[in-house]
Ligand binder design. Structure first.
Ligand SMILES: Nc1ncnc2c1ncn2[C@@H]1O[C@H](COP(=O)(O)OP(=O)(O)OP(=O)(O)O)[C@@H](O)[C@H]1O
Ligand SMILES: [Mg+2]
Length: 199
């Protein structure tokens, strides 16, 4: 670990402002949090499509995909969930610096982990969005059949069943996915990005 003493940050020849000028919008982060089945991936991908149609460079980082690659060594203990979020935040920082709007879809159940992500990304525009849906409705949707498995004990540490979900206290936006349609929610997020002069 002490090799850190010999590391030196190399500054880039093209800076962030120049990249943003080229793209015509800022880089930034949209971070969806919520229970499994609340609609994070659905909203993230609908938003990515809308941003693409607006000529905005966006990229979705999604829980399962990241866990199949970068974070394949991590499990679902509190410790591993924290490391999962830390790495995602660091990757997001690179994407945001590159000028992308990165759209994150992770349960991210712990308040301290979300605060850590926000801190790591403090130099970039950051919008936390709570995909809010009752546990009962998430279980009814059960798009991946995970709740059935969690209830029967096949999946340990399952958020909402055998692991906690800490509701955001100060998310920039909340989307009640039992009430608001995907397209209305996406339009509302795009309006928010415009209002903040991110795009
Ligand atoms: N208004 C809505 N917004 C988002 N999703 C909705 C809405 N209404 C119904 N759904 C449905 O709810 C399900 C949400 O599943 P999705 O995979 O997006 O959840 P998730 O939050 O990404 O879960 P996980 O954490 O397991 O990845 C989908 O089947 C989607 O079609
Ligand atoms: Mg998902």
């Amino acid at each position: 670990m002490s090799s850190g003493n010999h590391l030196q940050w190399h500054s880039a020849s093209v800076n962030k402002t120049e990249r943003e000028l080229l793209n015509g919008h800022q880089g930034g982060v949209i971070w969806f949090t919520g229970l499994s089945g609340a609609g994070k991936s659905t909203l993230a991908n609908a938003l990515a499509r809308s941003l693409y149609e607006h000529g905005v460079r966006a990229y979705v980082l999604d829980g399962d995909n990241v866990r199949m690659g970068l974070n394949r060594d991590l499990g679902f203990s509190e410790q591993d969930r924290m490391e999962n979020i830390r790495r995602i935040a660091e990757v997001s920082k690179l994407f945001a610096d590159a000028g992308f709007i990165v759209i994150n879809a992770f349960i991210s159940p712990y308040q301290t982990d979300r605060a850590m992500a926000r801190h790591i990304l403090s130099e970039h525009p950051y919008i936390e969005i709570y995909a809010c849906c009752s546990l009962a409705e998430c279980e009814r949707r059960d798009p991946k059949g995970l709740y059935v498995k969690a209830r029967s004990g096949q999946i340990p540490h399952f958020t909402g069943i055998s692991a906690p979900y800490e509701e955001p206290q100060a998310a920039e936006m909340t989307i009640m996915t039992e009430i608001e349609t995907v397209s209305v929610a996406v339009d509302r997020i795009v309006t928010e990005l415009e209002k903040r002069h991110i795009m």
